[in-house]
Write a protein that binds this ligand. Sequence first.
Ligand code: PLP
Length: 800
Amino acid sequence: MFSSKESFQKNFLKRLEMTYGKTFRESTSRDQYNTLGIMVREYISSNWIQTNERNRAENNKQVYYLSIEFLLGKLMGQNLLNLGIRDVVQEGLEELGIHLEKIEESESDAGLGNGGLGRLAACFLDSLASLNLPGHGCGIRYKHGLFDQKIADGYQVEYPEQWLRHGNVWEVRKPDQCVDISFWGEVESREADGRLEFSHTAAETIVAVPYDMPMIGYQTNTVNTLRLWSAEPAHHPPLNRDLLSYKRETEAVSEFLYPDDTHDEGKILRLKQQYFLVSASLQSIIRSYRNKNGTMHRFHDRVALHINDTHPVLAIPELMRILLDEEKMEWDEAWEITVKTISYTNHTTLSEALEKWPVYLFKPLLPRIYMIVEEINERYCQALWERYPGDWNRIEQMAILAHGVVKMAHLAIAGSHSVNGVAKIHSEILKNREMKLFYGFEPEKFNNKTNGIAHRRWLLKANPELSDTITEAIGGDWVREPEALIQMKRFIYDAGMKEKTAQIKQLRKEMLAQKIYSQTAIKVDPESIFDVQVKRLHAYKRQLLNVLHIMYLYNRIREDSNFSVYPRTFIFGAKASPGYYYAKKVIKLINSLADKVNSDPKVSKMVKVIFMENYRVSLAESIFPAADISEQISTASKEASGTGNMKFMMNGALTLGTLDGANVEILEAVGPANIFTFGLTADQVLNYYENGGYRSTEYYHHDARIRQAADQLVNSFFHETEGEFEAIYDSLLAHNDQYFVLKDFSSYAEAQERVEQTFINRSEWQEKSLINIAHSGSFSSDRTIKEYSDEIWKIKPMIR
Ligand SMILES: *Cc1c(COP(=O)(O)O)cnc(C)c1O
């Protein structure tokens, strides 16, 4: 049905009528979108079935990527591209007088994630399928993804996200593959054949219903599966429960995504979600494994389970439970299989993000799982004792259970065979500082897997103009083999290529300027430097450093008539967790500053400030191609990797960044002449934390630029009510500026001057931009996934 324009049109019109009982002329964009989606689903269905069949028949090892978040964005465009039918569809629709882009707008973003961690999971699924690897995702089908953000009077307002309101054409509900999930109740023990056996009784059961989504690889027959679980009440609800409240509590389990990625809230519903995901996924994986293999003794030869951060770490005791209680295995064998099966990625060293569950919540909700965790802890501490006899202090620090809490990261390290960080510097910090004791005990577990991004989404799909130009220059191999982008180095000094890529950047800036105008009614100058900071709002990401620098520019332009800057448009996009007071104040501050700057006749000739609301994957796709400068200015040591930095680089933006996360590896790749770095190093920051010695007030007193801007947070400079930005002011001065904003200010301002000087020489800038593109191939998640597959999961590509 996609073999030619004509055959597509015929099928499309017929299905539109059949599905909606409408003629083409009566149909809406959404009808058309759904019709196209149904056709694509049908088109891939035999490959989807065959992928599953082959996996069954060949019995090759599968990896399951367990993640509490999958930030997929829109799927139609990527699916059409990967299937190689985008042009046929586009041309066919054009002739009918419809733009494919218009249809694509009808799709809601699948926003089942907060930011980097969830987007990484989505990029990994693209790479797994495109590399023909047998790898699948397991997640939760949240009814409401990350909230929709609106800005009202400068403040963030949150609305429930509604991605399923008009259905989801990509999912297939599989009610026949439901599993039961048990909470609460008691554990009973009894002797059987001289062995103590345990059973979970009087539990409250809910049903997990799988919804499968096809993960379509790039020009391959492989179609993997993302299985998302939805919570539904059992057919026979608990006898002693009020039916309505049971139903409500059950549905709540998959109702909302928690809108915070760096604060462990410690809410019981979150723990329920975690166990729900893990238990449903493991039961269904093991059910199909048993159907093929019978016993579980060689489970680890056929299945790898990966846990994305600690949220799914209950996979460890859950697998133990199944092996002990259902398979009747002995502890030692069960433990060996579990450790060999499970691998774990650490995503952060921020202490407030490390999950700790109080025993008083954990134990009653998951009584059998808690018993197993206790036993794991006991044996782990015993092993530590044998290795470090008498070293109580060390054992206490490393214990899984201590002081009334379960430490999820410790459980993850103890119960897996691989622990990886997500960028070189992050993995080193784990080994040498945060997880030093664990590294000392089991060094062989620790390794690095630098994050990557799906270049087929972030370059091929997001920036077709640049992609076409690259393909014309070096051929199309880079789409399958992103490292081939290095061949673009041949064109760094090629006048034609420089001109062409500069034109494309200009075009994309004009397109973004249009979008900004239609959303904010503000006209920005597409010739100005587009200086972009888009990411979650967090103190450690230091949007505030960017803001203070803009305030300094504002002040300087107004006060010094000899001072001018090259025109700049500062673009922000960021959601703040609804309960994160400081972050919401920074959003308000950005908007207040935007009002000041944009309405000042003198300043706004040179500087504009834009806040784009509701930052999400689909908006990101229109921002990255239009950026000149990529702001990656976290306090060194705090950003584990970052992936936004890679998306910018791949689209030819130059990084202005600290030596943090993957910025360090971007520097290694492009060389110091092609990136703007500044600020404290991670070692310096960590040494300050350990030894003290930083006093933010000194920087306030000795730097007039800082003093003026800081004072403006609390004097009448902003027209907001008094005290509006006091918390921000206090964070800098009363609380000694934990993130070294003032310390790094001067170095940042100098780096910004270097940016300006470099941009003025447009020819040189374009060379640097091309060098960034040429070296971006190693930041494709294809590279990352190959490393995981070879070194951790030990899985091989399926033969196509
Ligand atoms: C890539 C991405 C992120 C992660 O950005 P960082 O700058 O690495 O924090 C967050 N949100 C969305 C929508 C993204 O596409």
